[in-house]
Design a protein around this ligand. Structure first.
Ligand code: GFB
Length: 327
């Protein structure tokens, strides 16, 4: 099908857009063992929402490979509350990076999407063919539309110009370098922080958003970074490819796991005034498994590392506004 005749990253100049984000920083760590030259640009040096600046930076630095891990991201509340930021900023960055990559002749580009691009009531587990078969989940449709546009840009450049641009769709990610903002983060970081603070304060109970019934599949970011490198080397197709762990859990059970890892022993109270979002989001990752890749970090072990990272203060506490990559 879709297996590229193995692409050698050795000696290549690889630009990781969004290298300060959770995903981008994990990709940089993973690329360290690939004997390539990793290129990064701080936001002060390059604002990816600026078209001319992005083109100039790429012309000056001449990467052969691009990992597009730059995005405005956040959890269910941030997505719901900042539709302009999630739609427009993500569209601008995608257009600038993908178009400039074409202009300077980048050989391989990996665009990162998200499992939220699939319809709210997609058939489970969600195969790549479910894309655009039904309405999106309203809490994240702005972000989803931007991500769908990004993967369509990759398909369009491949169709019209033969560019080897591919797209990967990760499931819900967590791990080192996450954003621990109390309102804007995703559920793993939000609960690590809230339970930790409740443990310190000896609070008798902690609130968890929603009913606790939604099902989510969680993938450790180090595993995802490994999948990104695997796909750069082994995958070439206009079809996006799912990257999941198969670790599906209800939010209630997930919250109990996080409480255990953090050592919080109080009561969990479900705040049903907060949204649940999509009821279930389990990816069908059989395509990438057939190519020979699978995740190998257990949720328990990955959460322990994430909590350690939080304790070391490596997590970021950002407002929505920075470009930190995560899907
Ligand atoms: O991680 P999260 O915001 O992502 O929420 P989504 C997952 C589930 O956890 C939802 C519940 O059912 C939340 O209601 N939850 C419980 C909490 N407590 C909390 C909490 O304190 N904070 C948060 N954030 N959630 C996002 C999309 O949806 O998934 C993005 O909005 C992106 O666009 C990302 O695609 C992967 O899975 O609901």
């Amino acid at each position: 099908m879709t297996r590229a005749s193995t692409y050698d990253l050795g000696g290549k100049r690889v630009f990781v857009a969004g290298h300060r984000g959770m995903v981008g920083s994990a990709v940089v760590r993973r690329l360290a063992s690939e004997h390539c030259t990793v290129l990064t640009a701080d936001r002060r040096e390059l604002d990816l929402t600026k078209q001319e600046a992005t083109l100039k930076w790429l012309e000056d630095n001449r990467p052969e490979v691009v990992v597009h891990a730059a995005a405005k991201v956040g959890g269910i509340a941030a997505n719901n509350n900042f539709p302009v930021d999630f739609l427009c900023d993500n569209l601008a960055v995608e257009l600038n990076v993908i178009r400039a990559s074409h202009t300077i002749g980048v050989r391989r580009l990996l665009f990162l999407g998200s499992s939220c691009i699939y319809p709210k009531h997609a058939k489970q587990p969600i195969a790549e063919s479910e894309l655009l078969t039904g309405p999106l989940e309203p809490t994240n449709e702005w972000y989803a539309i931007a991500k769908i546009a990004g993967l369509k840009m990759c398909q369009a450049y491949r169709r019209q110009y033969g560019d080897d641009f591919i797209s990967a769709m990760p499931t819900n990610l967590y791990g080192r370098g996450d954003n621990y903002h109390p309102d804007h983060s995703h559920v793993p970081a939000a609960l690590i922080r809230r339970f930790h603070e409740a443990k310190i304060a000896k609070a008798p109970s902690v609130s968890v958003w929603g009913t606790g019934t939604p099902l989510r599949e969680f993938l450790n970011v180090e595993d995802f970074a490994d999948a990104c490198v695997f796909l750069l080397k082994n995958y070439s197709s206009d079809l996006p490819i799912n990257v999941g762990s198969g670790d599906e859990v209800s939010i209630a059970d997930f919250a109990a796991m996080v409480a255990h890892v953090v050592g919080y022993e109080g009561k969990l109270i479900f705040d049903t005034s907060k949204p649940d979002g999509t009821p279930r989001k389990l990816l069908d990752s059989s395509k990438i498994r057939e190519l020979g890749w699978r995740a190998n970090t257990s949720l328990q072990a990955g959460l322990a590392v994430a909590y350690e990272d939080f304790l070391k203060g490596h997590g970021r506490h950002l407002e929505v506004g920075g470009y930190y990559a995560r899907t």
